[in-house]
Design a protein around this ligand. Structure first.
Ligand SMILES: [Zn+2]
Length: 294
């Protein structure tokens, strides 16, 4: 009986030992797997950033391999200045004392209110939408000037010249003086059909006090959403050559209006940026050629 019992005990012990080995092997395998996974993870974490850096450093400085791990040293790409297509170039036309409108320019016009004011047909819908949105806010904006024809602008200017001559000024001086009061034909944005003077119905004065009205405050904040900009801002007179006019809104299209609004520019500054961008792009395109020539 004893020997049989001990044989059974022996078998049980052997089985237990085998089970133990299996468990140990299993634990070891799992541990090994975890280690491999951990190593793989660490390797991928280390490899990625240097891969980026090396490509940057090769361009900049070949000696800095592995030292410069700060990605902040890279200059951020300059934001692109939006430029409208050829067909939409009417939107962003620059009209001022040095950039004259093409003589005889007449846009396709539509009448925008009961007073008979006209606006460029391509932008009239946005003008109406802006005024409607203001009205829905309980405001009463009112157009007091919009499109002006070459003839009208010329008549206004000539009248002003005569008025100046009547004060005793010779013709040329009278012309110069008149230019400070009435825009010389070809230099008025109102001739584009894209500008509107908008005032509060309750306060129709064309002076700085206009900015205090709820209508102007709303328009200044929201006009870009409808493709408009306040054309002659307070702090840009030196650049625009025109006094602060918190009533003169100009259509430039949605994309450009948003860009001008977000960057606090006037239209002249926008065009300056476009020119600089064109120059940069032309230089980049010509770079290999310049090296050959140099
Ligand atoms: Zn105006």
């Amino acid at each position: 009986m004893d020997s049989r019992k001990s044989r059974i005990e022996l078998q049980i012990e052997q089985k237990k030992a085998q089970q133990k080995r299996t468990v140990i092997i299993a634990v070891l395998l799992v541990a090994l797997g975890l280690c491999a996974a951990l190593i793989a993870y660490i390797l991928t974490q280390q490899e990625e950033p240097p891969a980026d850096n090396t490509s940057v450093q090769t361009v900049g400085n070949g000696e800095m391999d592995g030292e410069n791990q700060n990605p902040e040293v890279q200059a951020p790409p300059e934001p692109l200045v939006p430029v409208v297509s050829e067909e939409e170039s009417w939107m962003t036309v620059l009209v001022n004392n040095t950039s004259l409108l093409k003589e005889g320019y007449v846009p396709e016009l539509v009448t925008v209110n009961s007073a008979g004011y006209k606006f460029d047909a391509r932008a009239a819908e946005d003008l109406q939408a802006m005024l409607q949105a203001a009205r829905e806010e309980g405001l009463s904006p009112m157009i007091c000037s919009s499109y002006r024809s070459w003839e009208r602008q010329t008549t206004l200017f000539e009248k002003q010249v005569v008025k100046q001559q009547n004060t005793g000024l010779p013709y040329e001086e009278a012309c110069e003086k008149a230019k400070t009061v009435v825009a010389f034909p070809g230099t008025s944005e109102h001739q584009t059909g894209l500008a509107a003077d908008i005032v509060a119905t309750s306060h129709q004065l064309l002076d700085d006090s206009q900015e205090q009205t709820a209508e102007q405050q709303w328009l200044m904040e929201h006009c870009w959403e409808y493709g408009f900009i306040l054309r002659y801002p307070k702090d840009k007179s030196d650049i625009t050559g025109i006094i602060y006019e918190p009533w003169h809104y100009r259509y430039v299209g949605h994309e450009v209006a948003q860009y001008i609004h977000e960057n606090g520019l006037c239209l002249e500054e926008y065009w300056q940026q476009v020119e600089e961008q064109d120059l940069r792009q032309a230089q980049q395109a010509n770079e290999p050629k310049q090296y050959e020539q140099g």
